[in-house]
Design a protein around this ligand. Structure first.
Ligand code: NOJ
Ligand code: MG
Length: 531
């Protein structure tokens, strides 16, 4: 068996550190809390964790506004705590990935403090400064992702600076080689400390048009869409120069053995795959978010899986994501009845899967009372259902007060259903979603065909999505019923000794199949040769 890099066979689990486990009773999760919960991740079968930012930050965007790239925010702990987390995770066989935020810093980062201090400051050019338009006002029509113009006037020097996100997150100028060198140094700092990789934030925004041309009007814009959709981000995102930047980042990571780069990219499939880079010289895994927004219909999913499969460059390793800290929880998006189908899909497709914390117990999008809203996007651009607090609420560990997350009130409210829906309860219930995830993960980890097997014969038959995985002599078939009606599919494997390896209703395991397969409402099955 030829060996494959660890990140191709791994399962990634995203931790939003503020909400995983609080160890010091301040209502906010922290690094020692994550260390405490490593045995849980081992129990679940997780092999890699990715932590959203833990660096010093004024927390205007909850850590995605960094004021020091090479330290830990006291809210989360210390550098020693991180060293311990890395060592303990590794001792448990778990890799650790951190978040790299190269596009912007916090307004409080000393680089920006210097940069804004005068037009002649040596760091002036580290950020994107422009004069007002000749008629006064903003330099061009570029919009912020988080509401309003992307330009902020700084009275001190009379120029505007550009921010893709909040005004408190000024964009770095990636055309300046010193900026690149500084970020690459930060990467090396963490690689030397032993981390296994980075998820690179907002990577498709990093370079902006050198001529600052206006973005074109979007002719398909509907007033019900967020205001920034009024323009096509032609000159502010996915610029050709990004190829060079991702290749440089890759060279930095290739300076260390066995490290991983994942790119955050919300782009159509044909543009997404460009971030593997020429001859795979870019990020190892451009995050594939197609399942995050797809409407949950067999035909739609079959099309997008096929499209993604066909768009991959030779040697490009696929990956799949069902949830993250920016999008509504899967359980609320597709309905509780379908969460096992989603899990089965995620863990039987070809490519590295990413599980968002809490999805393994079916956490729902929490309804946040107006006075508890914390997300700056919801506060800046209300009314478009963009709020991200509802998918960032604390993990439900048990039925005790504060859900075992903290000993005090948590920074975001705990989901209303935590006394019924929590890890402790699902651990002791053989039929729970948590146990189903464990079984699926164990099945995947032990199966060469699920890890390596080619994906083909992707079909939609009515509400049933089916596909095959094949590796050497082994074949596995997957059939997922996306509806609440029972349904029948034709037999998918010819072998006479085919049986159900796993059903979302466990009592069917090992059942031998006749010529057609009956699926119950919302049932998914994995078929293969009897062992
Ligand atoms: C993407 C991150 O996932 C999101 O949470 C953040 O607000 C923006 N990038 C800005 O860093
Ligand atoms: Mg804490």
């Amino acid at each position: 068996m030829n060996s494959m890099p660890w990140w191709q066979s791994t399962i990634i689990y995203q931790i939003y550190p503020r909400s995983f486990q609080d160890s010091d009773g301040d209502g906010v999760g922290d690094l020692l809390g994550i260390i405490e919960r490593l045995p849980y991740l081992v129990e679940l079968g997780i092999e890699t964790i990715w932590l959203s930012p833990i660096f010093p930050s004024p927390m205007a965007d909850f850590g995605y506004d960094i004021s020091d790239y090479v330290n830990i925010d006291p809210l989360f702990g210390t550098l020693d705590d991180l060293d311990r987390l890395i060592a303990d995770a590794h001792a448990h066989g778990i890799k650790v990935i951190l978040d790299l935020v190269p596009n912007h810093t916090s307004i409080e980062h000393p680089w920006f403090v210097e940069s804004r201090s005068s037009r002649t400051n040596p760091k002036r050019d580290w950020y994107i400064w422009r004069d007002p338009a000749p008629s006064g006002g903003v330099p061009n029509n570029w919009l912020s992702e988080f509401g309003g113009s992307g330009w902020q006037l700084d009275w001190l020097t009379g120029q505007y600076y550009y921010h893709t996100f909040l005004a408190a997150q000024p964009d770095l100028n990636w055309r300046n080689p010193d900026v690149r060198a500084a970020i690459y140094d930060a990467m090396r700092f963490w690689f030397r400390r032993g981390i296994d990789g980075f998820r690179v934030d907002a990577v498709w925004y990093v370079i902006k048009d050198e001529q600052f041309r206006d973005n074109p009007i979007n002719p398909d814009y509907k007033p019900t869409s967020p205001p920034n959709h009024a323009l096509i981000p032609l000159y502010t995102a996915d610029r050709p120069e990004m190829q060079e930047v991702i290749a440089e980042m890759r060279r930095v990571s290739d300076g260390f053995s066995d490290r991983l780069l994942i790119g955050e990219l919300y782009l159509p499939i044909e543009r997404l795959v460009a971030y593997y880079g020429r001859d795979l010289s870019g990020v190892h895994l451009p995050f594939n978010f197609t399942l995050l927004t797809a409407s949950w219909r067999a035909e739609v999913l079959a099309d997008l899986i096929r499209e993604y499969n066909e768009a991959l460059p030779p040697g490009g390793w696929p990956n799949w994501v069902l949830g993250n800290h920016d999008r509504p929880r899967i359980a609320s998006r597709i309905g509780e009845e379908q969460v096992r189908i989603a899990a089965m899909l995620l863990l039987t497709l070809h490519g590295t899967p990413t599980v968002y914390y809490g999805d393994e117990i079916g956490l729902k999008q929490a309804q946040i009372r107006p006075d508890r809203i914390r997300d700056p996007v919801e506060l800046n651009v209300p009314g478009y259902a963009l709020g991200r607090d509802g998918c960032r609420t604390p993990m439900h560990w048990d039925a005790s007060d504060h859900a075992g997350f903290s000993i005090t009130e948590s920074w975001l409210p705990i989901g209303k259903d935590y006394r019924e829906r929590n890890v402790a309860r699902q651990r002791s219930d053989a039929n729970s979603l948590f146990q189903f995830y464990r079984t699926l993960i164990a099945l995947r980890r032990g199966s060469q065909v699920l890890i390596r097997g080619a994906l083909h014969s992707i079909r939609a038959e009515g509400d049933i999505l089916t596909f095959l995985r094949e590796h050497e002599q082994e074949r596995i078939a997957v059939a997922l019923n996306l509806s609440a009606e029972p349904a029948t599919v034709s037999r998918m494997l010819d072998e006479s000794d085919t049986c159900i390896l796993l059903s979302s209703f466990s009592e069917r395991r090992a059942e031998i199949l006749a010529h057609s397969i009956e699926l119950g409402p919302n049932e998914g099955i994995i078929l293969g040769r009897r062992k």
